[in-house]
Design a protein around this ligand. Sequence first.
Ligand SMILES: [Mn+2]
Length: 339
Amino acid sequence: MPSPTLAEPEDVRAVRDWLKGRARILVLTHERPDGDAYGALCGALLALREAGKECLGYLKLPLPQRYARVLPPVPELILGTPLPRTGLDGIVCLDVTGLERVERPAGIDANFNGLPLCVIDHHADHTRFGQTEWVDARQAATCQMLLHLLRDARGRVSPPVAACLLTGLLMDTGGFRFANAGAGVLRDAAALVDAGADLHGLMTSLFLRESLGRRRLEARLLAQAVSLHGGRVLYSVLTPHLLAEFGVPPQDTEGLIDVLRGIEGVDIACLVQPEPGAVRLSLRSQNSACPVNGIARQLGGGGHVLAAGARLPDVNVAQAVTALTEETRKVLGREAVGG
Ligand SMILES: [Mn+2]
């Protein structure tokens, strides 16, 4: 894995110029946010305020406990309610692959009310949807891109912003355990620690402490997991009922799939999540010869080589599992042929 490098300078410059020309900015991220999304959203809002900009951010649901514990309070964040009347003059979308994945507040339409759109993202399957875009799939996290942007612009990052950005960098690299955690990531993490982020505190809260309910839910998911293709694919079904049974909030499912991914012999792990009118498949690969982004794309979704997902409308769990069985068979078969 090559170490992340700076993106084309003109893209970064375009984003910086765009930001300079705005006074009241709305910051959005993707639906069903993860640690990189929360870190990037909160870090951007704090940094914009420090730069003297008025800004607002939006999340449909409150932050999961693990993030609420470690991220600084961000008063600019609106939770689930319509935006106050504002004279917005631009929207920033962070860590979002495509237009349809943006978590939008009531009052902001699919055309973003015609406001100028600036997009910063690191997904390989990003589909351009902003007028001003900086997209670099070599970066491990959107938070890593924000660090470069801030360092270039101001040469420094404040301690609260550093805490947010390190949170995203940690979560998108699995605590420096994934293949994307190269030397560049470690150098950037060190820069964030130098800037005041509490690495040990973040590691503890993000990876070493969970509620008993969540740990019991993980145990249940493992106990009911089903093997396919001689154990190379492992899936488990996570229903809203199961979340309720263990008292785990619906926005706190990030990382549950890792209990399946970590099992010996598993190349592809899948969490099957029925929701109203659809079944969502989250996919993780332990083996770059068995990419899951192609599977996700085949099923109408997308993502990275090793982490992807799809939402299958109008199917039940059995039909989703049949689709999973077929698509993973093709990928494992190709790998066997390819060597
Ligand atoms: Mn990300």
